[in-house]
Structure formats: structure tokens, C-alpha cells
Design a protein. Structure first.
Length: 355
């Protein structure tokens, strides 16, 4: 996990749940079933393995040796266009309809929306204006407009997998047994590597054993091998709250937008980081990963989220995403994550996302 969790109310999408005041719900039948990627919708009128269930018993060297003196410098920060002050909020249902996107499910009073079966967290709460549900122009620009694009894979296809934690940084402790996040993230990555290689990807791991590795070194490895994508693998915790469970996928918060999750860092909404140049691709990658891991595991959908606390993502000059594959603080999630079969499903979900 990354620090502690912000308390976020469990999303109540089920029809049997009472509707909160101000709730605006749209026909479930208009939401395509999971598995259909929004980007594959009809073109709109163009708007603008081995069983590594245990840690390796003998140390193996990292896949990549990093030489700090030769690592390329961080890419320059680029400006991101903020919406104009007078830019109107967007009546999002009509906007989606005109572009062939599925009708989103939106709750006024909540930043969580469901688009094409996947929960996304917006930067601003939707509002009702003249009888229409409207979203902030930055949410339209950074969450809905990217869905009109198809994911473009890097050439050549290369990816860095980053098993979170390692060595003295054990990560969060499993509620089930005396096991730690660092072991499960490495196992996930080792299972995933051959699956991606079989799909033609060149795969680098930031660590292949129980190694201490700084966040800076993880980013530097991706720079050194000139990786096309970066995927950081983690497990979550909300301890002592043991109720929270399910999948969360993070990408960097776009400039001007409030983060979904803030922890010990101030969330400076005016901040722009190098990785913000990949805002659209970050979201498309997050969406593919989130959808496929949900489908592979059947776990709860806690949504695609934005955060600025992840140093491991901020400086990346490539699409970069961090997945929290379940809560080690939840009894059900923890029991599942302790099984090799579940971790294999996690790996297969990520691999299918990169097909
Ligand atoms: Zn973690």
C-alpha cells in the first residue's frame, strides 16, 4: 500500500440500495457489459510459468543494472492546458450520446462515475444545470475525451514491471498469516513476465529478488532501458478498517484537478509533473488493466483513481500506472491473495490488458 487509505464510501450501484438524495441514475441496459472497451465503440463524428509461490531462495541479480551516472536526465516538465475560466460545464449525457460513448452512470454529490462498466473517479463533483447533469470541463477533457482514442502501444513493445517494496521495505502485512506485500508483488511480477513475453513484450523487472530499491531507482531503471510502459504492482491496506476490499488502479492526477486520494502529501492542484504529458495514455492503460484484472479475478471495483503522491509515477516519461491488487487488511482479499491461483489470475488479467 501507499501510506494509509482515505475513507471512501463504498459505492452502491446495486438496484436494491436506497438512492441518495440528488441521485441521477440512467438505464443499466445502456451500459455495455464488462469486456467491451469503450475505445472500440463506433467512430464518433470526430470532435476535436514457473510456480513462483515462494520467494527465490537464492539471490538473483536484478534484470537491469543501473548506473546513476549514465541514466538520462528526467524529461522537462510540460504545460498542460487548463480549461478557460469561462469554459462551460459539459452536459455529459448529450455529449456522450453525440460521440457514441456509452451512457455514464453518475451520482450528483459523488465524484465516482461508471463508464462502460468501469468506475472512474472525477476531479470535480457533477452538478445539475437546467435539468442536465454537467461535469467540469477538465473532467471532460481528462476522463471522457481520452476514451475516444485507441491505446497506441509503444514500438518496440517494452514494459517495466515494478514489484512494490522489497528488502527492509516489507509493505503491508497480510491479515492471513505472517506474510508481507513485498512477497506477493514479486510473485505477481514473476508470474506476469512470461505471459507478457509470450505476447511479444520485452519485460524488465525493477527487482527479481527481495531487494531494497528506492523509488528513484525504479524510475531510473525505466529510463535506462527506455521502457515504453511502466506498471507498478502493489497490494492495499486500510487497517484497522478490515472492510475495504477490491481493486484500485492509479494514474497521476492531471494538472488543475483534485486527486481522488491524498495522504501525507499536500495535493497541489496546480502542480504539473513530467508524466502529465501522458495523461490520456495513462488513463487508457489504467482502464484496460482495471477492466481485465476485474474480469480475471471477479473482485470488487474500487475504481480508477488519481493521485499525486506516487513519486514512482510522477517523473516517468511514458504511460505509467500503479495497481493495488486487493486489500491485505481484508479477510476475504487476504485469503485470496495468499493463494498462488489468485495471483496467477492477477497476472493473467494484466497480460490480457496488454494484448
Ligand atoms: Zn505498496
Amino acid at each position: 500500500m501507499w501510506g494509509w487509505m482515505v475513507a471512501v464510501a463504498t459505492l452502491a450501484w446495486g438496484c436494491s440500495k436506497p438512492k441518495p438524495v440528488g441521485y441521477t441514475r440512467f438505464p443499466q441496459t445502456l451500459i455495455p457489459p464488462p469486456g467491451r472497451e469503450v475505445a472500440a465503440s463506433p467512430a464518433p463524428p470526430a470532435p476535436t510459468v514457473p510456480d513462483p509461490s515462494r520467494l527465490p531462495t537464492s539471490p538473483t541479480p536484478p534484470t537491469v543494472q543501473v548506473d546513476a551516472t549514465t541514466a538520462p536526465p528526467a524529461p522537462p516538465v510540460v504545460a498542460v492546458r487548463p480549461p478557460e475560466d469561462n469554459e462551460p460545464w459539459t452536459p455529459i449525457l448529450a455529449w456522450c450520446r453525440a460521440r457514441g460513448l456509452p451512457t455514464p452512470e453518475i451520482q450528483t454529490g459523488s465524484r465516482a462515475v461508471r463508464i462502460g462498466g468501469i468506475v472512474h473517479h472525477l476531479g470535480f463533483e457533477p452538478v445539475e444545470r437546467a435539468g442536465a447533469v454537467c461535469i467540469h470541463p477538465l473532467d471532460r477533457l481528462k476522463t471522457f475525451e481520452p476514451l475516444l482514442q485507441a491505446m497506441v502501444w509503444p514500438t518496440p513493445r517494452s514494459v517495466v514491471l515494478d514489484p512494490g517494496h522489497g528488502g527492509s521495505q516489507a509493505g503491508t502485512r497480510s491479515l492471513t498469516g505472517n506474510r508481507f506485500e513485498k512477497e506477493f508483488t514479486l510473485d505477481w511480477a514473476l508470474r506476469l513476465k512470461p505471459l507478457l513475453e509470450a505476447r511479444g513484450w520485452t519485460v524488465h523487472l525493477t527487482r527479481t529478488n527481495d531487494l531494497d530499491l528506492s523509488l528513484t531507482d525504479r524510475v531510473r531503471i525505466a529510463e535506462t532501458v527506455r521502457a515504453g510502459l511502466f506498471i507498478s504492482l502493489h497490494f492495499n491496506s486500510s487497517f484497522p478498517n478490515t472492510q475495504a476490499r477490491g481493486l484500485e488502479t492509479y494514474c497521476l492526477t492531471p494538472c488543475g484537478m483534485a486527486s481522488t486520494t491524498t495522504r501525507i502529501y499536500a495535493d497541489d492542484i496546480s502542480a504539473t509533473h513530467p508524466n502529465n504529458r501522458h495523461d490520456d495514455a495513462n488513463l487508457l492503460l489504467a482502464r484496460r488493466l482495471h477492466r481485465q484484472v476485474l474480469a480475471a479475478t471477479g473482485t470488487a471495483d474500487r475504481g480508477i483513481r488519481r493521485a499525486r503522491f506516487m513519486e514512482v509515477l510522477r517523473g516517468q516519461d511514458r504511460p505509467a500506472v500503479l495497481i493495488e491488487g486487493g486489500f491485505l487488511s481484508n479477510p476475504d482479499d487476504s485469503r485470496a491473495i495468499n493463494t498462488p491461483a489468485y495471483r496467477q489470475r492477477l497476472a493473467e488479467g494484466v497480460a490480457r490488458a496488454l494484448d
